[in-house]
Write a protein that binds this ligand. Structure first.
Ligand code: DWN
Length: 427
């Protein structure tokens, strides 16, 4: 294992292969230390048991420009037992998915004779829109809880990982997809090439694959280090994506920047090569801004250290004045932020979250109790650290009573700041 401080002393070439192109030309970018699994929420009876921690180290591939983590945790451990993430606990995300579905349905004239497949379909949050429109669907997700929740709303779901083997099996059963959706999953798959080959196998010749991935450009520009955790093996630039798809006879023909999740990219991928201006300009911008070179990432580790120091100072100053502080959002990103900054019970009393599957459990590593959002009005902490900052507008608006009672939110990213009492402020 490469021994790295939080800031790489040198940019030596690591003796590990890139997960996309296979070249052994990885250069270190950042180390967040040994951290617990970000969605590994603990139950009360597990608190005194050993908690697995794994190295969280980020590197850049000089050959294909993919940013990636070096250590891979078994997907069965990450996504199967007790996986607590359910997409439908965000109204914004539900609206976002519905808009995506309806736009594609219209543009591609999907109907009762089509087949729409979603990879990592979670609790049916997106495919439900096609079911309601009478378009046949198939969900594929390895997490039993969300898969069962999807079936309960009428979304047929196979509870397994999507692989090229499963794609071939579906094709052998006569199933080819007119549209494949894959939101926030490409970054999660250990066999990146197998996954993309599976998309190429399952997709009709005239079909479209619509993927959403976090943007490494926004991650770096806005200091979103907390979105780095073991579930996210890759952090994509348009350049790295273009190379990945071409390797499997697929072409990135449209790129749409999105605000969701701190800055994402919606990708339209087809078997025909017809790149729109959005792709050409994104590739040109990657090159012009330097995302295709290691130097672009050189100072990111130092900026993360500064953000950590600033947040710790802000919270410690508030605590020194006798303030009571809670947190909102038992998010995976929240686990990375708390464990890397070393902020825990000495600063925060509890975390609230609307996801009933998370309530009653404890945050990984720091073991903060997770309670329903109603606890904010019961306990009336002076401040709430917004761990789910990517849903700031929705959450701050939702917590009007808490704000009217004098409560204030602290937003940690891109720089720690206390929001005024004013009505929901746009991010
Ligand atoms: O890639 C991933 C992203 C897309 O989602 C997954 N691997 C894991 C997950 O990451 P996350 O947990 O950081 O995602 P969220 O969706 O930003 O987490 C938000 C948390 O806040 C959820 O636990 C739900 C909760 N929430 C809430 O309690 N009240 C969210 C909203 C909008 C609310 O009003």
């Amino acid at each position: 294992m490469v021994e790295m401080t939080s800031e790489p002393e040198s940019a030596e070439i690591l003796d590990q292969e890139c997960r996309s192109c296979g070249e052994a030309r990885l250069r270190p970018v950042l180390s967040l230390g040994n951290t617990p699994l970000a969605d590994g929420l603990r139950r009360a009876e597990e608190l005194d048991q050993p908690e697995a921690r794994y190295p969280l180290e980020v590197a850049f591939c000089e050959a294909c420009t993919l940013v990636q983590i070096l250590h891979q945790v078994d997907p069965e451990e990450l996504f199967c037992r007790d996986y607590p993430y359910y997409s439908s606990f965000s109204d914004q995300l539900l609206r976002h998915a519905a808009t995506n579905a309806l736009e594609v349905m219209q543009e591609r004239q999907l109907n009762g004779g089509s087949l729409v497949v979603e990879l990592a379909s979670n609790d049916g949050y997106l495919l439900r829109n096609f079911v309601e429109a009478g378009v046949p669907v198939l969900g594929i997700d390895p997490a039993e809880g969300p898969a069962q929740a999807a079936r309960e709303i009428g979304v047929p779901t196979r509870c397994e990982f999507f692989t090229v083997g499963l794609a071939r099996k579906l094709v052998a059963e006569g199933q080819r997809a007119d549209a494949i959706f894959a939101s926030n999953v490409l970054a999660h798959v250990p066999d990146l090439n197998g996954f993309v080959e599976g998309i190429a196998t399952l997709l009709q010749g005239s079909g479209v694959a619509v993927l959403e991935v976090p943007s490494v450009r926004e991650l770096v520009r806005h200091g979103e280090f907390d979105t780095i955790y073991h579930e996210h093996l890759c952090y994509f630039s348009v350049t790295a994506l273009d190379k990945l798809f071409r390797r499997h006879g697929l072409f990135l023909n449209r790129v749409v920047p999105l605000e969701i999740h701190g800055g994402s990219l919606r990708l339209f991928v087809e078997k025909r090569q017809a790149p729109e201006e959005s792709v050409r300009s994104a590739l040109a911008r990657d090159s012009a801004e330097g995302l295709t070179r290691w130097e672009y990432y050189r100072d990111f580790a130092g900026r993360v250290e500064d953000l950590k120091a600033g947040l710790r100072r802000l919270l410690q100053d508030l605590k020194a004045k006798g303030a009571r502080i809670a947190a909102y959002g038992a998010a995976a990103k929240g686990a990375t932020l708390l464990n890397y900054t070393g902020i825990g019970r000495e600063c925060l009393d509890f975390v609230v979250d609307r996801n009933v599957h998370k309530q009653g459990r404890f945050m990984p590593g720091v073991h903060l109790p997770i309670r329903p959002p109603e606890a904010l009005m019961e306990e009336k902490p002076d401040f709430v650290l917004l761990l789910a900052w990517n849903f700031q507008k929705e959450i701050v608006a939702q917590q009007e009573d808490y704000r009217n009672a004098g409560g204030r939110f602290i937003v940690p990213i891109p720089s720690p700041r206390i929001l005024g009492h004013a009505a929901a402020q746009t991010p």
